[in-house]
Design a protein around this ligand. Sequence first.
Ligand code: MN
Length: 708
Amino acid sequence: MMRPYELVDKVCAYDPRADEALLHRAYRYATRAHGSQKRASGDPYFSHPLEVAGILAALKLDAATIATGLLHDTIEDTGATYEELRVSFGGEVARLVDGVTKLSRLDMSSEETRQAENFRKLLMATADDVRVLLVKLADRLHNMRTLSFLSDGEKRRRIAQETMEIYAPLAGRIGMQEMREELEDLAFRYLNPEARETLTRRLDKTRQTKLMVLKRIEKSLRQKFSERNLSATVTSRAKRPYAIWRKMENRQIALEQLSDLIGFRAIMRSVEDCYSALGIVHTTWKTVPGRFKDYISTPKRNGYRSLHTTVVGPEQQRIELQIRTEDMHEIAEHGIAAHWSYKEGGCHFGGEPLAEPFAWIRRVVGMLEHGDTPQEFLEHTKLEMFSDQVFCFTVKGDLIVLPRGSTPIDFAYAVHTEIGDSCVGAKINGRPRPLRERLGTGDEVEILRSDAQEPSAAWESMAVTGKARSAIRRAVRQKKKASEIRLGRDILWNKFRAAGRRIGDKILERALGVLEKNSLEEIFLQVGRGEMGWEAVLKAVYPRAAEKARRRPVLRDKSAVPILGAASGTAIQFAPDSFPLPGERIVGIQTSGRGLVVYPIDSAALGAFDGEPDRWVDLAWETDASPRRFYPSRIALQLSHEVGSLAMVTALIADYDCNIIALQLLHRDPDCFTLHLDIEVHDLKHLNRLLSALEGLSVVLEARRERR
Ligand code: MN
C-alpha cells in the first residue's frame, strides 16, 4: 500500500503549488473514517481510496481532485456528511465528493436503475465539474483491478458489462485512451475469459519468438532517424488482448502478422520532426496503401493528434507506426486529464488555450436540461466529441446509441425489427413528435405501435441506419409482392368467371405443368405484375376455352338484362365503352344485325343518330331486379407513385364489393401514374360511393368515371 508521503510527494512533483496540508488532512480523515472496514480482498478498506488517489495522481490532476479520491467513499460508507466535509476541506472538495457519491448510489441501485440511466446521470453530474467524472473513472478502474475478489459471479459479470458498455467508451470519448484500454481489458477478462486466455497465450508466444525481430526493427528505425540527425524515442508495445479481439471481430484478421499484434511508436521533438520521420520511413520502406492517417493536421474530435502509417519494413515485416510529439503523446494517453495543465497561461487544448476547459460538458448537459438541441451546440464548439453519435433511452432506461441524424424510425428498428415494422408514431421526452424528427442525446423515446401498421417506403428516406433501411426495404418489397399476388388472383378469378369457367386453387394447379411454374403464387404474382396474361392461364387450364372467351361480350347473360321498354325477343347489348348503369337514363338505338344497342342518355356517341329518330327506343332499368347484378364500368385513376398505392386502391375496391375485371396503365412518370380500371358495380350509386371513397385515399390524386 502506498504511504501518505508517497502520494503527496508524487503530487508535489508535478504541481509544486499543491496544497500539501489539504492532502494530509484528507488522508488522515479517510483512514479514521473507514477505520477497520475491510475490502473483499481482505485489505483494509482505506487501501481503495488511496489507490484511487494514486491513479488520479498518475494523471497529474490537481490537489482538490486527489483529496476527492481519498474521500470519495466517506459520505456513502462512513456516515460523514457533506457539511462536515465542507467545514474540514472547503466547498470545492465537499461538492466533488458529493458528486461522486451521487454517481456511486446509481451503481448500487442498478438492479432497477439500468446502466443507461447511469450513463445519463453520469453526464449530468459532470455538469458541475468534470473532475467528478475523472474520480469516478479512477474508482471504477481500481474496482475493476480488484474485481476478482468479489465472490458473487453474477455481480462480477454485471460490473464488467457495465464497464465495457458505459465507462470504457466514456473514457475513450474524453480521450483517455490508456484508461479506456485497461478498463476494456479488465472487463474482457470477465466477459469472455476463454477468448482472452487464448489471445494472451498467443501474444506471449509471438513476443517470445519475435523478440529479436522487434529489437532489430526498433534499431533500424532509430538508425534511419539518427542518420538524418533526428532524435527519436522508438518503442514497441504489444496491443491489448481486447483491442486485438475487437479488430478480429470487425474484420477477419489473421493473427500471423506482427503489425496486428505489436505497435511501434516514435516520439519526436517537434511537429516538423514528425513529418521528417514520416518522410524517412516512407522513402526507406514500402508503404501499405490506405493505412496512412494524418491526425496532426486533422486531429480527432477528442483532441488526439498523431501520424499513423504502416510499411513493409525490415525482414518483410509489416510495421504499424505512430509518430507524434511528447505533448501529443500525453494527450493521446490521458485525454481530457492531460489538459489539466499547470503550464503558464492555464489550460490548453490541442495547443489552443481554452478559457474554461470543461465548458463543453457543462454545455451538453445544459442543452439536455433546457431543451436546446445538442446538435446546435455541437456545431458551435471545437470539441465535437459526441457529434457522430446520439445517446437515447427507452422508457425503461436502456441506452440506444445511434448515429447522428437518426430518427424515431432508426430507434424503433434498433430496439427490435418487429417494433420498427409496427411503428406508428413516437413520443420524445413524453411528447408526441413526428417520425421524421431527429433525435438528440438524452432523448427518451417511446415508440407507439399498431399491429395494423406496415412499413411505408417513405420511411426509408427518414432512416439513417443500415439496419432500419434494409428492414424497411424488405418489408416494402414483401408488401408490394403480397398486393401483386392478390391482384393477380383477383384478375384470374374475375376473368375465369367472365368466361363462364370454374376456378379454384385445385383447378388452377392444372396450369402449373403447362406454364412451368412451381406454385400458384408464382402465377398470381406474374399475372399481377402484368408479366403473364390471364389468357395464358385460362388456356393452360381450359385449352379450348380461350378463343371463345375473348370473343364473349362483356355483359353476361344478356337475355335477362333487366331493361324495360324493348320489344320482347329483341337482342340487347350495350354500346362499346359506354358503360350505362342502373340509376341513369338510357336509350336504345335499333341497329341492324345487332338488335338494340343501349346508350346512356348523355353519351356523346348518340349525336351520330340525331337525324334518325325512328331508330330511338326509350328504355328504363327494371328497378327491383333481384338478385343484384353486376354491370361493367370504367374508372380513370391518377395515383401518386408510391409503393403500395395500387394495393390500397384494390383493397378499397374489394371493400366496396366491386370486382376488378381489367387494368390498363396509361401513363407513368416519377410522381404519379394514370390507369384505367374496368370494374363491376351494381349501379350508379354504388359507383359514385366508390369514387368518393377513392378520392379520400391519400394516394389517389384523381378518380373519375371514364366512358364514351
Ligand atoms: Mn470507491
